[in-house]
Design a protein around this ligand. Structure first.
Ligand SMILES: NC(=O)c1ccc[n+]([C@@H]2O[C@H](COP(=O)([O-])OP(=O)(O)OC[C@H]3O[C@@H](n4cnc5c(N)ncnc54)[C@H](OP(=O)(O)O)[C@@H]3O)[C@@H](O)[C@H]2O)c1
Length: 349
């Protein structure tokens, strides 16, 4: 038996949290692997998993036997502490989608880069979340950059694909791209990818985050949410999910707003609007894997990722935390929007 813990949230009220401690059996079934979660990142993206947990099925990844409660998924590293597979021995380090918990048992099916969890409850869920990379088989892995990887890698893939899809469509005829929640990592990663592509980048943010967003040096113009954007052919990339901001932009820009794309909802309200289309990263990933081949894709993404991580450490400092109680404190701060965008949180479990 081993001692473990799981942090759960009330699915109807994400501010209500509890850390459940337990003793669990170490007996493994066929093809099973026991992972000890090492460290993870926590950003607004993880809050979104909770906000739209029922809609997209995020609660189903790490089911917990606690009525009305759920486990928020996080991205990070874990170590194999017991294994029934010779190819994935004890001591193997992996990167992937993990629970807010000390341990995870997966039923592994080997792939060229690691394994996928084939547990029944994950079978219907998007494949991208079920695969685990073995660090020794991952060309993008750098042991010196684990913190940057847990924080940015899940976000930057979206930034890269979104920027690529816009360029692929010649920006729908626009030469200005307006981004909301411009201080968020996914938004400024997108801005970084778009720099040098001939479009003007306008970042919209909360008044308190204007200085930080300007300091990134990625946007041509940074404006607080209540300022007026210039009327010119524009694409809107929405990371905030704000219905009011969307309406204000449509009223101001009219037919000059040539494309309205929803990517996130940092303001934690899910609202569908027929004027906006949802960005579905796996579709662009599929297209580019066909266009460029898997190796060509990996090479292009790798180049963009290295350019991004070379600068990301200067833009945002990293605050380290450890243990379930500090994890819950960070969760409450990120949920409340209290986190300062110049600091990102990494938690060792
Ligand atoms: N569709 C996809 O594939 C995909 C992939 C990755 C991320 N996303 C989405 O992109 C968004 C950004 O994620 P991230 O992890 O990059 O965020 P992040 O870096 O943690 O973003 C922090 C920023 O979000 C805004 N914010 C945070 N909490 C808030 C609150 N409680 N109320 C109001 N505003 C708040 C603030 O920006 P401002 O002051 O600038 O508004 C804050 O500076 C998320 O909604 C995420 O789910 C989508």
């Amino acid at each position: 038996m081993i001692s473990g813990w799981t942090a759960v949230v009330d699915r109807g009220d994400l501010t209500k949290t509890e850390v459940l401690h337990d003793e669990r059996s170490t007996e493994l079934g066929d093809c099973e692997i026991l992972l000890r979660v090492s460290h993870v990142g926590l950003t607004a993206n993880n809050v979104t998993y909770g906000v739209i947990g029922d809609l997209i099925g995020y609660w189903k990844f790490f089911p917990v036997d606690a009525e009305g409660r759920g486990v928020i998924p996080v991205w990070g590293f874990a170590d194999v502490v017991d294994s029934t597979l010779d190819a994935i021995p004890t001591g193997t380090r992996v990167y992937g989608y993990l629970p807010m918990a000390s341990h995870l048992v997966v039923r592994a099916k080997l792939t060229s880069s690691g394994f996928v969890d084939t547990a029944d409850h994950r079978a219907e869920l998007p494949a991208v979340y079920n695969s685990y990379l073995v660090t020794s088989q991952d060309p993008a892995y750098d042991p010196e950059q684990e913190d940057l990887q847990v924080l940015y890698r899940p976000l930057f893939m979206t930034s890269f694909l979104l920027a690529d899809q816009l360029a692929d469509n010649d920006f729908h005829g626009a030469r200005t791209v307006v981004l909301s929640s411009a201080s968020s990592k996914t938004a400024f990663g997108t801005a970084q990818c778009l720099r040098g592509s001939g479009v003007r980048l306008v970042g919209l943010t909360s008044p308190r985050n204007v200085a930080f967003t300007e300091s990134l040096g990625l946007y041509d113009t940074v404006l607080p949410y209540d300022a007026q954007v210039d009327v010119e052919p524009s694409v809107y990339l929405d990371f905030s999910g704000s219905a009011d901001l969307r309406s204000a932009l449509h009223d101001r820009l009219g037919s000059s707003l040539v494309k309205d794309i929803s990517i996130g909802l940092t303001q934690q309200k899910a609202s569908a609007d027929p004027r906006s289309e949802f960005f579905f990263a796996p579709e662009q990933l599929r297209k580019r894997t066909t266009d460029w081949g898997p190796d060509g894709f990996a090479q292009r993404f790798g180049t963009a990722w290295r350019a991004f991580t070379a600068q990301a450490g200067d833009w945002v400092g990293i605050a380290h935390h450890s243990g379930p109680d500090e994890l819950v404190e960070v969760w409450q701060a990120v949920l409340a929007g209290k986190a300062n965008p110049n600091t990102a949180d990494v938690i060792t479990f």
